[in-house]
Write a protein that binds this ligand. Structure first.
Ligand code: MRU
Length: 355
């Protein structure tokens, strides 16, 4: 599944598979402006940290395209304003600001390039970032697959698969890579309230890939672990702090605590673009709060009384001490993460010790 994010050159539009409608309907959402991209990000047409990063890179292209087409000068301030709005679309996944910063840095490096010249540079770069994300996920899969044994049942939370990336996935990429190596792996997908990324998206893509998958209510996790039905947990990440604390979909922290209580290894799979060495620990990661009606309604039906307040935190933070390893495209990071993450960013070429 690699065509869920596609730039249509002729229409100058970013075409996104509308993940809100899956698995019932495969329909596409056309972004012709930065505002459309911001809407797609906010309303979760596209979601998942690496997919958000790639979408933001194309969003920068769409911010620049009308300015490059207009003969008037003075486009820099306009572009800066649009990039700022794009970077603010969602707060937790660091890949969004990472991608916008990357495009901005390229702009600054391009000296006195015209808007039209910069547009060409940015289109090439967005396409490269999209292809690179898939390559990174395959490398991550290769490193992570060594942690899985044939016969394992892996529990995952939310969707950290092909749909959450440019393709192949992070946590699910590890499963796909193990399956490609001939291992028999089963997956339990937590349904992931309130937006059901596990039941809708993880089950959809694993089924399509022929990987056996069972959907479970989020609150079945303890029972499943106690009954010995789960061997390993692998989740993705929206942001990893310098000390290894991991922000991921709300509910991940509870899964990690249950895994610790049942002596089940809990792994995180994430690319370097999801690690934020500038954020010292999980307390400093901004946690997105989303609209109440995502919790108070299922489809058109209201499920809680009017005027009762709601907590709709979209993410939580799993402390580093609950994490057995962080699977990256450069190898599997071992605790203590303050050290292994610092080493990773200090030397971008040296391979990382395997667990
Ligand atoms: O709110 P979402 O659906 O964007 O949240 C996504 C997650 O929390 C994923 O688990 C995470 O981004 C990892 S994606 C490879």
């Amino acid at each position: 599944m690699e065509h869920h994010i596609r730039f249509d050159e002729r229409a100058c539009a970013l075409v996104l598979l509308d993940q809100r409608l899956l698995p019932g309907e495969e329909s596409y959402f056309y972004c012709r402006s930065t505002d459309d991209v911001i809407e797609a990000l906010r309303t979760m047409v596209v979601r998942g940290a690496p997919a958000i990063g790639v979408t933001a890179a194309w969003g920068a292209v769409l911010a620049l395209a009308p300015l490059a087409a207009s003969p008037t000068g003075g486009w820099a301030a306009d572009l800066e304003e649009r990039l700022g709005a794009l970077a603010d679309a969602r707060p937790t996944a660091v890949n969004l600001t990472w991608a916008v910063k990357h495009m901005r840095a390229l702009w600054k490096q391009s000296g006195d390039a015209s808007a039209a010249e910069l547009l060409g540079i940015w289109k090439d770069e967005a396409a490269r970032m999209q292809a690179e994300d898939i390559a990174v996920n395959r490398r991550m899969g290769f490193h992570g697959a060594g942690l899985l044994d044939s016969g394992d049942t892996v529990l995952t939370h939310c969707n950290a698969g092909a749909l959450a990336t440019a393709g192949f996935g992070t946590a699910l990429g590890v499963v796909y890579a193990a399956v490609e190596q001939g291992k028999h792996i089963r997956v339990i997908a937590d349904e992931t309230r309130p937006l059901l990324q596990g039941a809708r998206l993880t089950a959809y893509e694993l089924k399509a890939a022929g990987v056996p998958v069972t959907v479970a209510c989020d609150n079945a996790c303890g029972l499943l672990m106690r009954r010995g039905l789960v061997n390993k947990v692998i989740v993705g990440a929206d942001r990893i702090a310098a000390n290894g604390d991991v922000a991921n979909k709300i509910g991940t922290y509870g899964v990690a605590l249950l895994a610790r209580a049942h002596s089940i290894p809990f792994y995180v799979a994430a690319p370097l673009s999801s690690i934020d060495p500038a954020t010292p620990d999980g307390e400093r990661i901004p946690i997105e709060r989303r609209p109440d009606d995502e919790v108070t309604r299922i489809g058109c039906a209201r499920i809680s009384p009017e005027d009762v307040p709601v907590f709709n935190f979209a993410f939580d933070v799993t402390p580093a001490e609950l994490i057995a390893g962080i699977i990256t495209e450069r190898g599997v990071l071992a605790p203590p993460y303050t050290k292994s993450i610092a080493a990773l960013f200090a030397d971008s070429c040296r391979p990382i010790r395997q667990l």
